[in-house]
Design a protein around this ligand. Structure first.
Ligand SMILES: [Zn+2]
Length: 218
């Protein structure tokens, strides 16, 4: 059993890259956010525990999140290879996740850290537009709709998320860097960190990741 992790700040394209890898490999995508919501909806023991913290306005503790991951790992999957994006978020989650894999004779093989210069990230984020009706994503330069301001899929109105305004983006990028500094250092020390130049296209980002994976398997 093994896994890869995709890390990267707002606008780095890690979600898109994760989706492309999932489609073209046997890696099973683990979304802690989705699993947490499902556990709460199902009213499973762990879901009920998580719900108490949320009801009290607290963050769900790292060990609860990692136990949800553990349950998923124990279900297994084809190839027993997993991909995480945007998780772990903290050093403590990273340490717990390593223990989970070690306990199952597995490991985190690669941590891809998607990086791009701030001006590229700002251009990506300020250009994002989302459909109010169906949630489809566009970009005014990279993925423009056929008609300005109108969704190709459903004809709905496109809008810009409040936190994609240029004035707040710089702050979001700084916060991300502060929050992930320890995490990056931890994976660097373990020898699994792979910095990936992510300033061009999602396809180019994915190609770099695939080359690394193939080199590891051969
Ligand atoms: Zn739409």
């Amino acid at each position: 059993m093994h896994a890869m992790i995709l890390l990267g700040g707002p606008g780095s394209g890690k979600g898109t890259a994760a989706e492309m890898i999932r489609k073209s490999t046997d890696y099973v995508h683990i979304s802690t956010g989705d699993m947490l919501r499902a556990a709460i909806t199902d009213g499973s023991p762990i879901g009920r525990e998580a719900e108490k913290y949320i009801a009290d306005g607290e963050l769900v503790p790292d060990d609860v999140i990692v136990r949800i991951v553990d349950e998923r790992l124990d279900e297994g999957g084809k190839g027993d290879a997993y991909i995480f994006d945007g998780f772990p978020r903290t050093l403590s989650q990273a340490e717990l996740l390593d223990r989970s894999f070690e306990a199952r004779d597995g490991n985190i093989r690669h941590v891809f850290y998607l990086k791009a210069p701030n001006d590229v990230l700002i251009m990506r984020l300020t250009g994002r537009r989302i459909c109010r009706t169906c949630g489809a994503n566009y970009h005014i330069v990279n993925v423009p709709p056929k008609q300005k301001g109108v969704c190709d899929v459903c004809g709905g109105e496109l809008y810009r998320r409040a936190d994609d305004e240029e004035s707040t983006i710089g702050h979001r990028l700084d916060v991300y860097e502060d929050q992930t500094r320890d995490l990056i250092a931890y994976y660097e020390k373990r020898g699994v960190l792979v910095p990936v130049e992510a300033s061009t296209t999602p396809k180019a980002t994915m190609d770099v990741i695939m080359v690394t994976l193939e080199a590891c398997e051969s």
